[in-house]
Write a protein that binds this ligand. Structure first.
Ligand code: SF4
Ligand code: SF4
Ligand code: FES
Length: 231
């Protein structure tokens, strides 16, 4: 199978280049990450991140034939050749397919991604009804792969000001949690021309999320909460 892979070592290369690879696959090689492991065995100078190989850790996110996704759950049989692999767009490249995720995680941490509840802890746990628990479905499953935020034009232009779809999905995850008591503080933190309202509902984020999540819907719900508290 034929591949074209983005290569760039900022310490040594004047500019990035695309390198061709031809790989002999085995019948057991079903996913793109299997092919990348074979390429890495041929050329260990190629840098990429991976860990779980089953769509859980989020570390092997990359741009695959123009669309962000996870190499480990992308079927080779569905890819047009030569398969073009590039780092996630819009983030600084550390080397080859490895990007600097600092800005992405800075925005994620800015929404306080943890339960805030200052009431004395109950003896066992803070309970929810099944209906309250259902509110978290479609929100808690995010693996922070950054496929969505790095496909979002608003995040490309303002990564320091716009929280981005991944962070906003998690902001809503805690706003929707019946056990959380920081609703006002969380909304204050997002009521700003950039942090939330830079989303223009283009829905690139929904299109690329490998977990089938819908950040645009969560963003819409945060906007509704802000409108409702204003009237
Ligand atoms: S819907 Fe909003 S968050 Fe999602 S890609 Fe578009 S602008 Fe970005
Ligand atoms: S919302 Fe989806 S694409 Fe975005 S970081 Fe979470 S799992 Fe990845
Ligand atoms: S290697 Fe963990 S998500 Fe792909």
């Amino acid at each position: 199978m034929q591949f074209k892979i983005y290569r760039y070592d900022p310490d040594r290369d004047a500019k990035p280049r695309m390198q061709d690879y031809e790989v002999q696959l085995e019948p057991s090689d079903a996913m793109l990450l299997d092919a990348l492991s074979r390429i890495k065995a041929m050329d260990d100078s190629l840098s990429l991140r991976r860990s779980c190989r089953e769509g859980v850790c989020g570390s092997d996110a990359m741009n695959i034939n123009g669309k962000n996704g996870l190499a480990c759950i992308t079927r080779l049989s569905e890819l047009k050749e030569p398969v073009e692999l590039r780092p996630l767009p819009g983030l600084p490249v550390i080397r080859d397919l490895v990007v600097d995720m600092s800005q992405f995680f800075k925005q994620y941490h800015s929404i306080k991604p943890y339960l805030i509840n200052n009431a004395p802890p109950p003896e066992k746990e803070r309970l929810q009804t099944p209906a309250e628990r259902d509110e978290l479905d479609g929100l808690y499953e995010c693996i922070l792969c950054a496929c969505c935020s790095t496909a979002c034009p608003s995040f490309w232009w303002n990564p320091d000001k716009f929280v981005g779809p991944a962070g906003l999905l998690q902001a809503y995850r805690f706003l929707a949690d019946s056990r959380d008591q920081a609703t006002s503080e969380r909304l204050d933190n997002l009521e700003d021309p950039y942090r939330l309202f830079r989303c223009h509902s283009i829905m690139n984020c929904v299109d690329v999320c490998p977990k089938g999540l819908n950040p645009t819907q969560a963003i819409g719900r945060i906007k509704n909460l802000l409108v409702r508290r204003a009237v």
